[in-house]
Design a protein around this ligand. Structure first.
Ligand code: NAP
Ligand code: MG
Length: 495
């Protein structure tokens, strides 16, 4: 059964794509799930279905892992590093040429404003693939100066093997590119599992990869839900799991990977402290702190969700933030003026409202927002709480929605201690005009990434990832490539 969708203002190519019979991409062929199961994906701006995709089950997971294993030892293995680089660059070119359609698809499936899907997600996706396309010709080992006489010892970096890559719905295509680009550069093969809420751009990515000349079976795409992800994680034919998503699921995957001794990279949740120091440029800090939390409707692992403000500047900062929040106009992602879209699903909206209600019951002061917006789709107001203590649930747990908690502080030592007193450690931010203070703070904050006088900067060359419950390992940069390589040491007796 196909859902027939006509969406005003959507290019014909995108409408045609939506109305297709979508299958799974396994071994270079598109096929229905073995048991014929399908599910619908919605536009969060309207809550209406936009496409129907296949629900991969165990037999499909088996077939995809088998295809990836076969491809690992086939043409892909024989392809020269220069050719691997060339097909990756061609994939980046194809994505760039199709960027308007892909961004439209992303906006429809995820709800995010087109301005962001086109000029943030798509641009960064292309940059990510181009950056890693430069790596295949630069992966070298070394000659090791051992003490044993008459020995030549050298190392090589070889692909880890078949990789299960499981991604969330908040930056669907961008997260797919973060995963596939270093894996392809390393010579691995992939089974990619997009989130059930946002399966569409991953399917299009799979097609473009084939068109770019990436051999069949190197990138397999399985749409499905958490059961599909779990079946992939459990599969004995998978050598490495790379997962981005919630800390709860990440813990489960780490435990399973530990038992099976599979390689694992985890990018998990956060509750990032954003610290305004007394000497900060306050206008700049307030403006950027607004976007630090409300960008992508707060659905970002690096959202600046705990804002620490010096006590004597506190009321001023809270009032300014509340004014910007009240002036924010929520609008569907395809509205060209939209900068603030819906959240991903009704379930997500209910969860966020639950956090808001619980915070109010706890006695935390609601400054502005907190209510579902009375219109189609899953819209909720930008929400600001003012709290007197870090111990409230709203100041400790990841809401993954447009909810900021402002907290006053008195001394720098105190704010450092409070910022670090969390299970998470993904990013932290500091605002100050004093360079020495900035770097002292960067040293003292427990986080994988520290932003100084800005939020959200991202570059494929710059490693990203968390400490503590925010994850294991890094993506991007050379560290992100190493996560897909094993070191092999070769001893040769030469005398
Ligand atoms: P999620 O529920 O953990 O889902 C993430 C992915 O895992 C989805 O593809 C999901 O499939 C799949 N999955 C669910 N249960 C699974 C299981 N038992 N085994 C294997 N796979 C399973 O996370 P989410 O709600 O989509 O994403 C939000 C979370 O991601 C937040 O905590 C956020 O902080 C984190 N995140 C982190 C980063 C980072 O770089 N650190 C970046 C973005 C997001 P279904 O969607 O079909 O359930
Ligand atoms: Mg959707």
């Amino acid at each position: 059964m196909t859902t027939v969708v006509e969406i005003p203002g959507v290019p014909a190519a995108v409408s045609q794509f939506l109305n297709r019979e979508h299958g799974l991409l396994i071994g270079g062929k598109v096929r229905a799930a073995a048991d014929g199961a399908t599910f619908e994906t919605l536009d969060p701006s309207t809550a209406k279905p936009i496409a129907r995709v296949a629900q991969a089950g165990q037999a499909d997971v088996d077939a995809a892992v088998h295809a990836a294993r076969t491809a690992l030892n086939g043409e892909w293995k024989r392809m020269s590093p220069a050719d691997r680089s060339r097909v990756m660059n061609r994939l980046a070119d194809l994505i760039e040429a199709d960027a308007d359609n892909l961004a439209t698809l992303e906006t429809l499936d995820n709800g995010k404003p087109f301005t962001f899907s086109r000029y943030a997600d798509l641009e960064l996706t292309v940059a990510q693939i181009r950056y890693y396309a430069g790596w295949p010709t630069k992966i070298t080992g070394e000659v090791v100066p051992v003490s044993a006489p008459d020995n030549l010892v050298y190392t090589r970096k070889v692909p880890v093997g078949v990789c299960a890559q499981i991604i969330p719905w908040n930056f669907p295509l961008l997260m797919a590119s973060w995963k596939i680009a270093p894996a392809l550069a390393a010579g691995c093969t992939i089974v990619l599992k997009p989130a059930e809420e946002t399966p569409l751009t991953a399917l299009r990515l799979g097609e473009l990869a084939l068109e770019a000349g990436i051999p069949a079976g190197v990138l397999n795409v399985l749409t499905g839900d958490g059961r599909t992800g779990a079946a992939l994680v459990d599969h004995a034919g998978v050598d490495k799991i790379s997962f981005t998503g919630s800390t709860a699921v990440g813990r489960e995957i780490a435990a399973k990977a530990g038992r099976a001794l599979k390689r694992v990279t985890l990018e998990l949740g956060g509750k990032a402290p954003n610290i305004i120091l007394p000497d900060a440029d306050l206008d700049k800090a307030v403006e950027a702190s607004f976007h630090a939390i409300y960008f992508n409707t707060g659905q970002a692992c690096n959202a600046g969700s705990r804002l620490y403000v010096p006590r004597d500047q506190y009321d001023d900062v809270v009032n300014k933030l509340a004014a910007v929040a009240k002036a924010t106009v929520p609008a569907p992602g395809l509205d060209p003026t939209s900068l603030y879209g819906p959240v991903i699903s009704d379930e997500a909206l209910q969860r966020i409202v639950g956090f808001v209600d619980a915070a109010q019951s706890d006695g935390v002061k609601l400054v502005t927002g907190g209510k579902r917006i009375d219109r189609d789709g899953y819209f909720i107001e930008p929400t600001l709480f003012s709290a007197t203590s870090d111990n409230y649930t709203i100041a400790r747990e990841e809401v993954f929605g447009p909810v900021l908690v402002a907290l006053p502080y008195d001394t720098i030592d105190e704010v450092v201690e409070r910022a670090n007193a969390t299970d998470y450690g993904l990013v932290a931010g500091v605002w100050t005009e004093n360079l020495a203070t900035a770097h002292q703070m960067a040293d003292r904050l427990d986080a994988g990434v520290v932003y100084i006088n800005q939020w959200h900067p991202s570059d494929p060359a710059s490693p990203y990832g968390g400490i503590k419950a925010s994850g294991i390992g890094r993506e991007m940069g050379s560290a992100g490539l190493d996560a897909y390589l094993e070191l092999k040491t070769i001893w040769t007796k030469v005398g």
